[in-house]
Design a protein around this ligand. Structure first.
Ligand code: 6R9
Length: 661
């Protein structure tokens, strides 16, 4: 593999005395600072050569490409590695068998309970994935078919993803925390005929039902012919004859062969669809294709984390999000490393759970979200101090801005001021990490931000499409194509263009704002659209609003973000109720539970204010900036409110906010 031509990492010239020897760090690509290329110089002439080299070095192809990049006149319709063929599961499993990694741990699964552990070597993973791929085939799944996977953090989740990849089916993983309504919406949108789920979810010492959500989702959806159910809990679940099948029975069936030839896929055949929130009420099915996604995933994981085959890599994100897809499944397995997967939560059975796991498995790369760091900080330093964390080599953060206090704690208590902290910025749409702090270049200090990876042309533009000056906030835009870019929104070509390529014609608009400092580092400050980032998860305000107005008591709803000390942002909902509805605490609880049922627990509003009216302009638009300020308890400087039809509403809303806890 090529890694050495592209990797550089600094450990600020220090080495930890009790950690890996400095020679070892050096060998793993941890020390020497290499010169970065000026990313702008890569474009346009060098980009094709650069990505061609990466693709050749990182991925095994069964057929080469006729062109690295084609159709580049329109960024929205470029194609990567035209004519090339590959199989992603082959790249993540089979090729490692021949490289002496047969009996090496590919996947370590730590269950909620400490004694619950399952380890899959590459050979075992090969067998399990092949068998399950054959089960899928037996039930008629073919190349190009969509399969919805609604599983908690158990090994069958990556196994099912890889089995789909093996036979060329497109997987769409739905986070197991989503409700039956959200699940149904996604199954229907992508047209899946087969879904995979589990009977129960085990988390934090509790056993929760999951199969019931599928039953509810499928009760009014006839398109699904089969539902494969993994047994995780003990209790009974109802199984619908002819439709529902037990995973363990199917995979152990005598007619299921342990060999399954990987399907040869074109580079631009879809690998997966992952739904994410945007500014409309409907989640967007982001499509990623086999070739470009795999090249960029392996490139970015190797570049940012210097990820090598002898690493034990733990990304704490749920696989239901892009971070888990790229950084728990495809990145580490594609690079032949060991990936760790944890079923439980950071606080169970005690607040040292994460650090106990790091020590137990000798985790070398630890990648988490600011919200997790902030939650762990609250327990103080002891939970980390009672464990030996010397195996750690690199720390990472993703999902939301890493505030200075959280960065400091991560740096001193977990990193012992020795480990680089990679604050990585990326999105479901980008496939892999796009911007990362590079400690040796002066980035990576809390909100100081990071630099685009070589090959990534990320800039901050002002409203006129010009590069914003240093220190001036503008829109984060990617000016040139990169292999990990989404290739479309499932079934919605128009929305794809409007969302990403309209604001700055010919360039990819991320929806985020940020600014550049004098070192050229980009600090990403937040979303410009109506998307809220709660504990690193994206929720569209429109989705929550439509859930609220679907309740019989609600006339109108407006949802905004409010600052939250642990989650980063939380949901603040203003609702006006219908005339005949009384307002009381019971109604508020009912509305919260209604949103939970419609979307899932992550979308539950922290505060619901029942308002007499909403601040609307004469043309009927809700003035959200006013609502955002009131939610944040900022009662001055509302700016120009002359367009409001009834300005007195503001003082009513403030009075009500002041009465809240
Ligand atoms: C990978 C992932 C993407 C949105 C993104 C931005 C926010 C992610 C960030 C960050 C500041 C970082 N975001 N990383 N904001 N600093 N290091 O999280 O994908 O779920 O699609 O969310 O998350 O707002 O646009 P996704």
């Amino acid at each position: 593999m090529s890694g050495d031509t592209t990797m550089f990492h600094g450990l600020s010239g220090k080495t930890r005395s009790d950690g890996p020897a400095s020679a070892e760090i050096e060998r793993r690509g941890g020390a020497g600072v290499r010169e970065t290329k000026d990313t702008a110089m890569l474009f346009p002439e060098d980009a094709v050569r650069f990505w061609g080299e990466q693709a050749e070095a990182l991925v095994s192809w069964s057929e080469g490409w006729s062109s690295v990049l084609s159709g580049e006149k329109e960024m929205s319709s470029v194609r990567w590695f035209d004519g090339a063929k590959l199989n992603v599961a082959y790249n993540c499993i089979d090729r490692h068998l021949a490289r002496g990694r047969k009996n090496k741990a590919a996947l370590i699964w730590q269950g909620d309970c400490n004694d619950d552990v399952r380890v899959f070597t590459y050979q075992m993973l090969h067998m399990e994935v092949s068998r399950f791929a054959n089960v899928l085939k037996k039930y008629g799944v073919k190349k190009g078919d969509r399969v919805v996977i609604y599983l908690p953090m158990i090994p069958e989740l990556p196994i099912a993803m890889l089995a789909c990849a093996r036979i060329g089916a497109t997987h769409s993983v739905v986070f197991a925390g989503f409700s039956a309504v959200s699940l149904r919406q996604r199954i229907e949108d992508c047209g899946a005929r087969l879904v995979i789920t589990a009977d129960h979810v085990v988390r934090g010492g509790k056993v929760l039902p999951l199969k019931t959500h599928i039953d509810q989702a499928l009760s009014t959806l006839s398109q699904v012919l089969n539902c494969i159910v993994v047994k995780r809990g003990d209790g009974d679940v109802s199984m619908q004859e002819g439709r529902d099948l037990w995973y363990h029975r199917e995979i152990n069936c005598i007619d299921i062969l342990p060999e399954c030839e990987p399907e040869e896929m074109a580079a631009d055949d879809p690998l997966f669809i992952l739904y994410t929130s945007g500014s409309t009420g409907k989640p967007k099915g982001v499509v990623h294709c086999c070739g470009g996604y795999l090249v960029y995933t392996l490139y970015s994981c190797q570049y940012v984390f210097a990820l090598h085959e002898d690493d034990t890599y733990w990304c704490t994100a749920d696989i239901g999000w892009i971070t888990g897809h790229t950084c728990t499944v495809y990145g580490p397995l594609g690079l032949g490393a060991t990936t760790l997967m944890f079923e439980g939560i950071p606080s169970y059975p005690g607040p040292d759970r994460f650090w106990q796991i790091v020590e137990k498995y000798g985790v070398s790369i630890f990648y988490t979200a600011p919200t997790v760091i902030r939650a762990l900080m609250r327990y103080g330093n002891e939970p980390a101090e009672i464990h030996d964390l010397s195996s750690l080599r690199i720390l990472g953060s993703v999902g939301a801005p890493l505030n200075t206090d959280a960065w400091k704690w991560y740096n001193t208590v977990i990193g012992q001021e020795l480990l680089p902290i990679m604050d990585t910025w990326w999105q479901t749409e980008t496939g892999g990490i796009m911007i990362s702090s590079l400690p040796e270049l002066g980035g990576g200090q809390g909100c100081a931000g990071g630099k685009p990876l070589p090959g990534v042309d990320a800039v901050i533009l002002d409203e006129n499409g010009q590069e914003a000056s240093v220190g001036v906030t503008g829109s984060l835009v990617i000016r040139h194509p990169w292999p990990g870019m989404l290739t479309g929104l499932f079934g919605d070509g128009r929305e794809y263009l409007v969302n990403y390529y309209q604001k700055f014609p010919g360039m990819f608009f991320t929806g985020d704002s940020g600014c550049r400092n004098a070192n050229g580092c980009l600090a990403i400050t937040g979303r410009l659209d109506d998307v809220i980032t709660i504990s690193g998860h994206r929720i569209g305000t429109a989705e929550v609003e439509s859930a609220l107005v679907s309740h019989t008591s609600v006339a109108e709803a407006a949802v905004v973000a409010m600052p939250h000390p642990v989650k980063g942002q939380a949901i603040y909902a203003y609702v006006s109720v219908k005339d005949d509805v009384g307002q009381d605490d019971q109604l508020i609880e009912e509305l919260k539970s209604h949103v939970r049922k419609q979307i899932g627990a992550i979308a539950t509003p922290d505060v619901i204010q029942v308002a007499g009216g909403l601040p609307k302009t004469r043309s009927g638009k809700i003035m959200r900036r006013v609502l955002r300020k009131i939610a944040a308890k900022e009662y001055n400087d509302f700016g120009d409110t002359s367009a409001l039809a009834d300005p007195s509403i503001i003082s009513d809303l403030i009075a009500c906010r002041k009465n809240e806890a």
